[in-house]
Design a protein around this ligand. Structure first.
Ligand code: ADP
Ligand code: MG
Length: 374
């Protein structure tokens, strides 16, 4: 490589290292930004490279990095395309209000490792009733209220909500109150009203998901709740009540890492009256998650995922995603620096395991379980 090429490789590796460091601190947002920048540099280099093989190699590496970005953001990698390179640079976080109903979220229950009981609950409470409204009518049953998904961060709550929409092949509206509050200050009520207007027009049903609801759902009696957030919560309550029961097939889900903060009004029927605990993955779920996350990436024959699943007790889904991404970055970094091309091996996973620690404490776990039993 030329001097300029060395500079480029060094810069990419610096960004990858910065991303790895951020992962070690569980700062996924920072890791996403670093990996996305590295990916952009690689795409740029691919664009100007005169050597065809090099062009292809850089573009491939850029895409691998974008896949890491998507994995860390909790998106599906399959939807990736070169033309989407820039989307990786929007940094973490999805849009606060889905601008238009997306036909299906693209995520299915099969994409979720473990959580069998949760899936069964959601099938019984939401999916079958939405698919067979005539059976509900026949037995004089109603759809029931919304469901609150609660549990430690990174256990797949957002993924589960998307998968309900995916299973039903129905539009998915995701609302993240913190984004609405910060981005549309003063206009947040208007945005929320607009969203519910669209939802009311979904004659064939939709899934409405309020992610991280604690951002506005914290009890209004607390003195540290801001006025805009109090107003937005009141409006959300009104909109939820206004939309309830019509049209048929509207499903409401919310997610929180801090269920004990929530205003009781949110937990009363017909709002989010059912609670569903999303726990840390058990051993088989961890194994499945590792398989899912390493699929589509060249693997050495020495990989022992069973053992790795044994050794990662207490890890959340997001921690396991970090572990895999970190392991993949090791041969990736070598490939950038030395042009090597080796698969991910057990040693890479072991090295990553030395650096990634579980992000959920035993103490907070007990708090979730207590909340579930109340
Ligand atoms: N059970 C699971 N199966 C598959 N992926 C999971 C699972 N739990 C977490 N993940 C992955 O971990 C990351 C964080 O998940 P997310 O749904 O955002 O968690 P939460 O909303 O509970 O904080 C995402 O990349 C997601 O795909
Ligand atoms: Mg989430």
């Amino acid at each position: 490589m030329t001097g300029q090429g060395d500079d480029f490789a060094r810069r990419v590796v610096e960004l990858i290292d910065a991303g790895n460091g951020a992962l070690g601190r569980h700062d996924r947002q920072a890791a996403v930004v670093s990996y996305a920048r590295a990916s952009e540099l690689l795409f740029q280099q691919a664009a100007v490279s005169a050597d065809y093989d090099e062009k292809v190699r850089f573009a491939q590496r850029a895409r691998q990095l974008l896949e890491s970005v998507r994995a860390l953001k909790g998106e599906r990698a399959e939807t990736l395309a070169i033309g989407e390179a820039n989307t990786g640079l929007e940094a973490a976080g999805e849009s606060s209000v889905a601008p238009a109903p997306r036909v299906s979220s693209g995520v299915m229950f099969a994409d979720i490792a473990g959580l069998d009981e949760v899936k069964e609950t959601l099938r019984l409470r939401m999916i079958y009733p939405a698919r067979h409204p005539e059976k509900l009518d026949r037995y004089g049953l109603s759809m029931g209220g919304g469901m609150l998904l609660f549990g430690p961060p990174g256990t797949g709550k957002t993924l589960v909500a998307r998968a309900v929409a995916g299973e039903l092949d129905t539009p998915f509206f995701s609302i993240k109150p913190s984004d609405i509050l910060s981005q549309y200050y003063g206009q947040s009520e208007a945005r929320l009203a607009e969203l519910f207007e669209t939802v009311r027009g979904c004659a064939h049903g939709a899934v409405v998901f309020v992610d991280e609801i604690d951002a506005i759902g914290a009890s209004r009696t607390r003195s540290d709740v801001s006025e805009p957030s109090r107003r937005l919560l009141n409006q959300l309550l009104n909109e939820l009540d206004g939309v309830h029961g019509r049209p048929k097939g509207l499903l409401f889900l919310a997610a929180t890492n801090e269920p004990w903060l929530l205003d009781q009004a949110l937990l009363r029927p017909p709002r989010f009256s059912e609670k569903c605990y999303i726990p840390l993955p058990d051993q088989p779920a961890r194994r499945r998650l590792l398989e899912l996350r390493l699929a589509g990436c060249p693997l050495a024959g020495d990989m022992d995922l069973q053992r790795l699943a044994d050794r990662t007790e207490g890890f959340s889904g997001a921690d396991l995603v970090e572990l895999c991404e970190r392991a993949k970055q090791i041969p990736f970094r070598e490939a950038i620096l030395r042009g090597s091309d080796r698969p991910v091996g057990q040693a890479d996973l072991d090295e990553a395991l030395r650096r990634v620690r579980p992000s959920v404490s035993e103490e907070s776990l007990q708090r979730y379980e207590r909340f579930g039993h109340d």
